[in-house]
Design a protein around this ligand. Structure first.
Ligand code: XMP
Length: 512
């Protein structure tokens, strides 16, 4: 049986990403595509079902995204959520009521008519609403299947044509039976087979990469993080020796980081792997640079130079592989759909254009935790699978102010203790990122009988799911105390440790 594939058409909802994720969670492959994608392109993807997402616009207002009628002409099951429901109502001859106020929050959904979506669910169901406009009259052929105390038409369906619509958001956790409704859509209405898993994802990517790349060559910038390591391992399976990995030791890495990952890869994979020692070059470019953006630029330029130099030594290369993930590509508030614009700091900035390389980004549909599942599926060890994200500019943006070898060494010492203690206490996996920051100030202290005047280290530990929002982690005081004591005792030059208790937004995860 061919693999089922659900295409989610993104009309700009903040939670579109969750729809694809929920679908994948029950074993059906799903991809998100912008609502600007023409229906014939969607048809070429061979979808088994389509889900229309919510969105912030008001159907019919100027600039609001419309429903491409070609999508309905595919004659496959369709589920419209929120804005998606309103689009269906309008395009199929129903009536909409505009509203200037939004209904937001929980509601009780009554089941007014039998519908495959409600199978096995005892009504009323608790659902989550977030909408302004609403459907006033369903299109011909549709039955009203659900309502709430404030909404006469909260769900409707034309079961003959297998078109379903709900005003609420089944994809969010607050909709208690939402996942069952999505299951009912996928397995009941659309009769799909749950034939997707991380293992099948890896197999599919390897197959697709083989087909796309053929006998051409790919260069991959290996950072040591889980994302680029997974990309390298997948590509190695697909094209073997035509993959060329470059790892740049820029002197801005954590203690022993370069050795750990490259050592593992060398030992377990017969990879073309070049490790470039470039500590001096990066340090000299960072001399007297204090501004964070100038640091990023200086590091980015040095990286591109090295990459170009190394690429010249390789056979002709057509592709650049990157570990871009879904949160890197999403622009969730745009109702033009997630744009293909990658946050500049997540890209190997400027390289693809400069070297005329095509991008290979096999993980661009996935979330971090899904990448970790793929990594585990590929048999990678825990120290790679669970590695915290680490920024491209490395410790340079954690040494606030000017970056020098001496200051980097202080930070590396402190950071190493943070990593050790997080692992030791079992908190490493519970926090999204945990690290030390060296502040550009000194404070007074006493050690023994003497007065000290030394550096301050800040500890930053956050909980997050995708780094777009984050909160400071409630790591137990005992763990923080041990980290603090050890840093002050063991890292010379530090006499004070502070804990960062800010969330993102309004702060960011990194300090620079
Ligand atoms: P912020 O500080 O923006 O960080 O809240 C969000 C996530 O992105 C990482 N980060 C970077 N990653 N280059 C990168 O590759 C960068 O310049 C950069 N700045 C921040 C950060 O570690 C966090 O995971």
């Amino acid at each position: 049986m061919p693999q089922s594939k659900v295409i989610v058409i993104d009309y700009g909802s903040q939670v579109t990403q969750l729809i694809a994720r929920r679908v994948r969670e029950v074993g059906v492959y799903s991809e998100i595509h912008s609502c600007a994608t023409p229906a014939d392109e969607v048809a070429a993807m061979n979808p088994s079902a389509i889900i229309l997402s919510g969105g912030p616009a008001s159907v019919g207002e100027s600039g609001a995204p419309a429903l491409d009628p070609g999508l309905l002409a595919l004659n496959i099951p369709v589920l419209g959520i929120c804005y998606g429901m309103q689009l269906l109502a309008e395009s199929l001859g129903g009536e909409l009521a505009k509203s200037s106020t939004r209904e937001y929050g929980p509601a009780e959904l009554r089941f007014d008519a039998p519908c495959v979506l409600w199978d096995g669910i005892a009504g009323p169901a608790r659902v989550w609403m977030s909408h302004g406009d609403r459907v006033l009259a369903p299109p011909p052929g549709f039955v009203v299947t659900g309502s709430t105390s404030t909404l006469d038409i909260a769900a409707m369906a034309d079961e003959q044509r297998r078109i379903y619509a709900v005003q609420f958001h089944p994809e969010v956790h607050h909709s208690t039976d939402g996942q069952s409704m999505l299951r009912n859509f996928l397995f009941g209405a659309a009769e799909l087979a749950p034939n997707w898993s991380m293992a099948s994802f890896a197999e599919r990517i390897v197959r697709e990469m083989k087909e796309r790349i053929g006998d051409r060559h790919v260069v991959c910038a290996l950072s040591g993080g889980v994302d680029s390591t997974v990309v390298a391992v997948l590509l190695h399976r697909a094209i073997d020796k035509n993959l060329h990995c470059i790892f740049v030791d820029n002197g801005l890495l954590r203690l022993k980081e370069a050795d750990e990952v490259t050592g593992y890869l060398r030992e377990h994979f017969d990879l073309n792997l070049t490790v470039v020692q470039a500590q001096e070059r990066f340090l000299s470019r960072l001399e007297k640079v204090e501004d964070p953006e100038r640091k990023r630029k200086a590091i980015g330029h040095a990286f591109i130079e090295i990459f170009e130099e190394e690429a010249k030594k390789l056979p002709h290369v057509d592709f650049l592989a990157q570990g871009t993930l879904y949160p890197d590509v999403i622009e969730s508030t745009s109702h033009k759909g997630p744009s293909a614009v990658i946050k500049s700091h997540h890209n190997v900035g400027g390289l693809p254009e400069k070297m005329r390389l095509k991008l290979v980004e096999p993980l661009r549909e996935l979330f971090k935790d899904e990448v970790r599942q793929v990594a585990a599926e590929l048999g990678l060890p825990d120290f790679i699978v669970w590695r915290h994200p680490f920024p491209g500019p490395g410790l340079a943006i954690r040494v606030l102010g000017e970056v020098t070898k001496a200051r980097l060494d202080i930070l590396r010492g402190a950071d190493c203790i943070v990593q050790q203690e997080l692992r030791e206490s079992g908190w490493y996996r519970r926090v999204w990122q945990g690290f030390a920051v060296l502040l550009p100030l000194r404070t007074v202290g006493v050690m023994g009988d003497g007065r000290t005047y030394e550096h301050v280290v800040a500890l930053r530990m956050v909980d997050s799911v995708d780094a777009m929002t984050a909160d400071w982690s409630r790591v137990p005081p005992e763990v923080i105390a041990r980290i603090s004591t050890r840093i002050i005792n063991e890292v010379s030059g530090v006499n004070r440790v502070v804990y960062d208790v800010s969330s993102k937004p309004p702060s960011t995860i990194e300090w620079e």
